[in-house]
Design a protein around this ligand. Structure first.
Ligand SMILES: *Cc1c(COP(=O)(O)O)cnc(C)c1O
Length: 292
């Protein structure tokens, strides 16, 4: 299965657990999402599907991905774990492929108070198969058609999510407002500082607001010194993780993914941030960048 070289490793792990092999494809250097222009070179007769990840809440460029998939008879799976509510050309992510995976890990835009997740699909047969797989491979109690697992969402998590779902749009709007402040506050400030690029067809869910800086570690340290915590998504590219050590990929190098792992920095973002906090973060970033 084709996967982005730059993603959270869970995208790859899902492929491995399905008994398939993740075949990484490099991202677009502006959006950080899988670059459709590089997908075709990675397709072989054994390829079954393309996984598009809407990383950081930015929708992946689905039209060319679907067009390539259709031409090669492949399925398209969306990893929408970071993108609840993101819109691609007027359509919500999670409705743009054969199936989509959402995560409700507490830190996501829509998070439970423990682990939870969901799959969306328009394919009723596939929906039934997934429902069976998540319940020990059983449709009727104690009759097991196949080797499934226990991956049910517990009802307390479901009830928390049901309440929180009604706030998702409002929380995403607040995230977009914060992102807008960052973009206008930091835009054109320093050639060293790279801000997120939003294509005109994208309405991101702003799960993360990821900037880049060549002296990322220094910048992170300076911000921490003034009490601003930032995170790195992700410090080690999946192909360099111990889990995939020794794996032979058709292409040996993924320079864009590696470069991103060294330069990305996620600023605080979320519906909880006040305007004053955002302003303070912007000022601190400007000050820190000038000092580096
Ligand atoms: C969080 C995340 C996952 C995994 O979701 P879980 O609910 O923790 O299994 C998968 N892909 C991406 C891109 C994620 O951010």
């Amino acid at each position: 299965m084709i996967v982005p070289s730059h993603t959270f490793i869970a995208t790859w792990l899902g492929v491995s657990f399905a008994g398939a092999t993740p075949i990484p494809v490099e991202p677009d250097e502006r959006t950080y999402n899988i670059d459709p222009a590089h997908i075709e070179a990675a397709i072989t007769p054994r390829t079954k599907a393309i996984i598009a990840v809407h990383l950081y809440g930015q929708p992946a460029d689905m039209d060319p991905i679907r067009e390539i998939a259709a031409r090669h008879g492949l399925k398209v799976i969306e990893d929408a774990a970071q993108a609840h509510g993101a819109i691609y050309k007027g359509r919500k992510v999670g409705s743009l492929g054969d199936a989509a995976a959402f995560s409700f890990y507490p830190g996501k835009n829509l998070g439970a108070y423990g682990d939870a997740g969901a799959v969306t699909t328009n394919d009723s047969q596939l929906a039934e198969r997934i429902a069976t797989l998540r319940n020990y491979g059983s449709k009727v109690k104690y009759q097991h058609q196949e080797i499934g697992l226990n991956s049910r969402m517990d009802e307390l998590q479901a009830s928390f999510l049901r309440v929180k779902l009604s706030h998702l749009d409002e929380w995403n709007q607040r995230r977009a407002k914060v992102a807008g402040e960052y973009l206008s506050g930091l835009g054109a400030f320093s050639p060293q500082l790279t801000l997120p690029y939003v294509p005109e067809w994208a309405s991101p869910a702003w799960h993360l607001f990821v900037i880049r800086h060549p002296q990322r570690d220094q910048l992170q340290k300076k911000l921490q010194e003034v009490g601003i915590s930032t995170l790195i998504h992700y410090p080690i590219a999946s192909h360099l993780s111990g889990a995939y050590e020794g794996m032979k990929f058709p292409s040996a190098v993924f320079p864009i993914a590696e470069e991103l792992s060294k330069t990305v920095l996620s600023l605080p973002i979320g519906p909880h941030l006040s305007d004053a906090q955002v302003e303070e973060i912007i000022l601190s970033i400007k000050k820190s960048v000038l000092e580096i």
